[in-house]
Write a protein of this length. Structure first.
Length: 83
């Protein structure tokens, strides 16, 4: 329900979240709506294995087990390399 995303948002300058489920996208946006941190959140709705991931500094992921390896390989092949 966006708990991890909201906690990361409290500690970060900017959070880019990728969520497959439209209902969860609406839920996390509703949780930050009207707060000072609302402008620091970008939510991308889609399959993390199929979308173009914007550049970021740190990755925190709560993934289904079945896609953990494909996700890792996608991160390792991304250019420019993440730190």
């Amino acid at each position: 329900t966006g708990t991890l995303t909201v906690r990361l948002l409290e500690q970060s300058k900017r959070v880019i979240a990728v969520e497959y489920d439209r209902r969860m996208v609406r839920e996390v946006l509703k949780r930050v709506e009207g707060t000072a941190r609302e402008k620091n959140l970008q939510v991308i709705q889609g399959d993390v294995l199929k979308i173009d991931i914007p550049y970021f500094d740190v990755c925190v992921a709560n993934l289904p087990y079945q896609i953990s390896s494909p996700f890792l390989f996608k991160m390792l092949s991304h250019r420019p390399l993440f730190r």
